[in-house]
Design a protein around this ligand. Structure first.
Ligand code: GLU
Length: 425
C-alpha cells in the first residue's frame, strides 16, 4: 500500500474513505443538512498515529505504524475494532471509524465510532512479537481509550488473545483489572457468551430476512461466501444450518465449490487442519475472484473493502448481496447493483451483530454479571430484527436503497445527538 506523507491513500488507489464520504454526502443531502453539519460528520473528531518500535525475536529492531481514529463521540464512548493488516493506512481507518459510528447508531447501541489499525502482516510475526506490538500500541494510545472513552475489539488479523493483552496492558497501568476497556475477550476473562459467533449470526439473520423479502424460500436457496475468517466461516455454517446450500467459499489463498452444496462442517475441519479452504477434498478448486460472480441466490462478501467494483458488479449473479465485510462494495458497484435490481444489505446493518454483542459484553463487564448464551442470542436476534425492520420501513418511505435508508437513519440519529447537545463553546 502506497501512502502520501500524512498517511492518506494515493489518488490512484481505491480509497474506502471516498465511499464512506460519498455515502454520507448522499444521506445528508436527502436529510437536507446544512454544509457545516455535513463537514462535522465527515471529519473524525480525533485521530492519532503512533510508531511502534518492535524488538524482533532475532534481536533486530523494526518500527511499525499504528493509528486510532475516533470518528464520533456524540452518542457515547467511541467503539470499534483493531485491525492488523499490511493494507492498513490512515484513510482506511478513517473510513472504518465512520462506518462504526453509523453502525452503532443504526443498532441503537450507545456508542460513537472508532477504529484502530497497525500496518503489519501478522502471518509473518511470532505470537511473542505480536504480543509486544499489541502492548506497545496499547500503551501509546492509552490516554485515548477506556470503558467510558473508547473501547477496542477484534477485527481482521486480531483475536481474543490480542484483546486479553490490551486489557492486561491497560489494567497494569491503571493498577486494577479493567474488563470494560475492550470487548471480544476470551470467555474466561470476561468475554461474553456468543461474542465469537455474533457477527456471523447477525449476517445470517438478515440474509434469511432479505431472501424472504425478495420472495425466495431460504431452504431452496444457494449461497457463496467470500472470506472464511471470523465472519465468513460462521456465516457459511449458520446458512447451511438454516438449509441454504453453500455452493462456494473462498479465503485469501483460493476457493472451493461443489454444485450440490459444500459439507461446511467437513470444510471447517479441513480448515482447522490446514489453515485454508484450499485442497478440501469435498469440492473442486475455483478462483477466489470467481466466488463473487457465482450463480447463486445469495452472495456474502465477508473479507475486505472494495471487492465489488465497477469491473465486476455487472457480472454478479446473486439476487441478494449481504455485506459481511465492512465496505466490500464501492459506490460505483453499488449503483450498478441497484440498477440491476440486486438487493444489497449494507455492512452497517448486515455485520452489526459483532458490535451488538460487544455492547452486551461491555454491559456485563460494567455490571460484573454474566448472561447465558441463550440470553445473548435472543437479544441479538431482537436487535437485528428491529434494525432490519427500521431500514425496510425507511427504504420504503423514501424510495431508496437499503444502504441509503440505513445511512439516513443512522446519520439522523447522530445529528440529533449533536443538535441536542449543542455546539460548545
Ligand atoms: N470489528 C467489528 C466491526 O467492524 C466489531 C467492532 C466492535 O465490536 O467494536 O464491526
Amino acid at each position: 500500500m502506497t501512502t502520501t506523507a500524512d498517511g492518506s491513500r494515493q489518488a490512484s488507489q481505491h480509497n474506502p474513505l471516498d465511499d464512506a464520504r460519498s455515502q454520507l454526502a448522499e444521506a445528508a443531502q436527502i436529510l437536507g443538512f446544512e454544509p457545516g453539519l455535513i463537514d462535522m460528520l465527515a471529519v473524525p473528531r480525533r485521530e492519532v498515529t503512533v510508531s511502534i518500535p518492535l524488538r524482533r525475536d532475532d534481536g533486530t529492531i523494526e518500527v511499525l505504524t499504528g493509528h486510532r481514529v475516533q470518528h464520533n463521540l456524540s452518542r457515547g464512548p467511541a467503539k470499534g475494532g483493531l485491525r492488523f493488516s499490511p493494507d492498513v493506512d490512515l484513510d482506511e481507518v478513517r473510513a472504518l471509524a465512520m462506518w462504526m459510528t453509523w453502525k452503532c447508531a443504526l443498532l441503537d447501541v450507545p456508542y460513537g465510532g472508532a477504529k484502530g489499525g497497525i500496518t503489519i502482516d501478522p502471518r509473518l510475526y511470532s505470537r511473542a512479537e505480536l504480543e509486544r506490538v499489541t502492548r506497545r500500541y496499547t500503551s501509546e494510545i492509552m490516554p485515548l481509550i477506556g470503558p467510558a472513552k473508547d473501547i477496542p475489539a477484534p477485527d481482521i488479523g486480531t483475536d481474543e488473545e490480542v484483546m486479553a493483552w490490551m486489557m492486561d496492558t491497560f489494567s497494569v497501568a491503571a493498577g486494577h483489572t479493567v474488563l470494560g476497556v475492550v470487548t471480544g475477550k476470551p470467555a474466561s476473562l470476561g468475554g461474553s457468551a456468543g461474542r465469537p459467533s455474533a457477527t456471523s449470526r447477525g449476517v445470517v439473520h438478515v440474509s434469511l430476512a432479505a431472501l424472504r423479502h425478495v420472495g425466495l424460500d431460504p431452504a431452496a436457496c444457494t449461497a457463496a461466501v467470500q472470506g472464511f475468517g471470523k465472519v465468513g466461516r460462521g456465516a457459511a455454517r449458520f446458512l447451511a444450518e438454516a438449509g441454504v446450500r453453500v455452493l462456494a467459499v473462498s479465503d485469501q489463498y483460493g476457493g472451493v465449490a461443489h454444485e450440490d452444496g459444500l459439507d461446511v462442517a467437513a470444510l471447517e475441519a479441513h480448515v482447522d487442519e490446514t489453515g485454508s479452504v484450499v485442497g478440501f477434498a469435498g469440492g473442486h478448486p475455483v478462483d477466489g475472484e470467481d466466488i463473487l460472480t457465482a450463480d447463486v441466490d445469495l452472495l456474502v462478501p465477508a473479507a475486505v473493502e472494495g471487492v465489488l467494483h465497477a469491473g465486476n458488479a455487472g457480472l454478479v449473479r446473486a439476487r441478494v448481496v449481504v455485506e459481511g465485510a465492512n465496505g466490500p462494495t464501492t459506490q460505483e458497484a453499488d449503483a450498478v447493483l441497484a440498477e440491476r435490481g440486486v438487493t444489497v444489505v449494507p455492512d452497517i446493518l448486515a455485520n452489526a451483530g459483532g458490535v451488538v454483542v460487544s455492547y452486551f459484553e461491555w454491559v456485563q463487564a460494567n455490571q460484573a454479571y454474566w448472561w447465558s448464551q441463550e440470553e445473548v442470542e435472543e437479544r441479538l436476534a431482537q436487535r437485528m430484527t428491529s434494525a432490519w425492520t427500521d431500514v425496510m420501513n425507511e427504504a420504503a418511505e423514501r424510495g431508496v436503497t437499503l444502504r441509503t435508508a440505513a445511512t439516513c437513519l443512522a446519520v439522523r440519529r447522530v445529528a440529533e445527538a449533536h443538535r441536542l447537545r449543542g455546539l460548545y463553546p
